[in-house]
Design a protein around this ligand. Structure first.
Ligand code: NAD
Ligand code: TYD
Length: 350
């Protein structure tokens, strides 16, 4: 089949990438979607089992830090576009092993940019789309929002590596006129998120009646966005975003960690028929994360006004759908928490 675009989606076996791929594979039969993923602990092809035999989907095991491998994929598929999500993504791991983050997030992004520049010459019909995070902007006090012009002030090895990769992407735009776009999004939640991040970790621990580790005093604030809404924002920006521009994506849904954890306790207890208050008793305030950013909050008015995107899923509906998914997919949870993860988990949470 002659596909009109052949899009390399890096990190497609991860949390957000798998939701994006499902959306695009189903919505755009005229595009070929190439999932290039190294399948680290965070990548799982089970996330994509429902689309694996779609005629416009293909998986390629790919390490983005390996220029030769990236070159092979570009020659094999003549990729017209890249949507770049592959990354080391967990802040706690970046505190433990910063170099892995520098390698994947900075060098990996550089390798991809170089390949695009080589393959696309000066043709502006292509697009390199970098999916990034609001954490590059640093930490807010009780008021204010990150806008696209907020100065970068990353404070963890993770956010510093993502900030570096954003800068590299912009440098390729300004120096070589590579066609690029960037989005910086707030915290995502939903099915298939690896249970080291706050929401799935808490659901998993509540389910197994384990202690619920809340860092510090639990007053840190995050803005939570349903992962499907992030996927629809990426789809919108990919098709309608202006070259060289940045778009902030957020859920208008700020919550203190402690309130979120208590809400999850209530939801899971109710679904499992446990007495109200059962799981809240297992909340433990533990030593704070090093350099813990206090608050993230997004001003998403640019994407709303310029591209007509808005989140579609109400938080209460999204949180309930998320809890339902984890309770119905204990096999997935058991699979991803076996092996290497057990060691990490034991070290941190027991
Ligand atoms: P994830 O950790 O669930 O998935 C990352 C994927 O990248 C995995 O499938 C992994 O196998 C793959 N990968 C890692 N190293 C690789 C390499 N060297 N080569 C190829 N593939 C590799 O991450 P996620 O939560 O889905 O995040 C995806 C992207 O979105 C990341 O770039 C992240 O910085 C960004 N982001 C995430 C959030 C969030 O809340 N999760 C918010 C904003 C932005
Ligand atoms: P996380 O899901 O790691 O996302 P990020 O740090 O990238 O925002 O953490 C979300 C918030 O939850 C953050 O303020 C740290 C806190 N947190 C805990 O209190 N306990 C935990 O076990 C984890 C993983 C996170």
């Amino acid at each position: 089949m002659n596909f009109t675009k052949r899009i390399l989606v890096t990190g497609g076996a991860g949390f957000i990438g798998s939701h994006l791929l499902r959306l695009m594979v189903e919505k755009y039969p005229q595009y070929q979607l190439i999932n290039g993923d190294a399948l680290t602990y965070a990548g799982n092809l089970e996330n994509l089992s429902d689309i694996e035999s779609a005629p416009n989907y293909v998986f390629e095991k790919l390490d983005i830090t390996n220029a030769a491998q990236v070159g092979v994929i570009f020659s094999k598929y003549a990729c017209t576009d890249v949507i770049h999500l592959a990354a080391e993504s967990h802040v706690d791991r970046s505190i433990e092993n910063p170099l892995a983050f520098l390698t994947t997030n900075i060098i990996g992004t550089g390798v991809l940019l170089n390949q695009c520049r080589q393959s696309w010459n000066d043709d502006k019909s292509h697009l390199f789309y970098h999916v990034s995070t609001d954490e590059v902007y640093g930490s807010l006090g009780e008021t204010g929002y990150f806008t696209e012009s907020t100065s970068y002030d990353p404070r963890s090895p993770y956010s510093a590596s993502k900030a570096s990769s954003d800068h590299l992407v912009r440098a390729y735009y300004h120096t070589f006129q590579l066609p690029i776009v960037i989005s910086n999004c707030s915290n995502n939640y939903g099915p298939n998120q690896f249970p080291e991040k706050l929401i799935p970790l808490m659901i998993n621990n509540i389910l197994h009646e384990k202690a619920l580790p809340v860092y510090g005093d639990g007053t840190n604030v995050r803005d939570w966005l349903w992962v499907g809404d992030h996927a629809s924002a990426i789809d919108t920006i990919f098709h309608n975003g202006e070259l060289g521009e940045t778009y902030n994506v957020g859920g208008d849904n700020e919550m203190k960690n402690i309130d979120l954890v208590k809400m999850l306790c209530k939801l899971v207890d109710k679904k499992l028929g446990r007495a109200e208050g059962t799981s809240e008793k297992t909340i433990r305030f533990v030593e704070d994360r090093k350099g813990h950013d206090h608050r993230y909050a997004i001003d998403a008015s640019k994407i709303k006004h310029d591209l007509n995107w808005t989140p579609a899923v109400f938080p209460i509906e999204g949180f309930e759908k998320t809890v339902d998914w984890y309770l119905e997919n204990t096999k997935w949870l058991n699979n991803v928490t076996s092996g290497d993860y057990q060691e990490y988990y034991k070290k941190h949470y027991t």
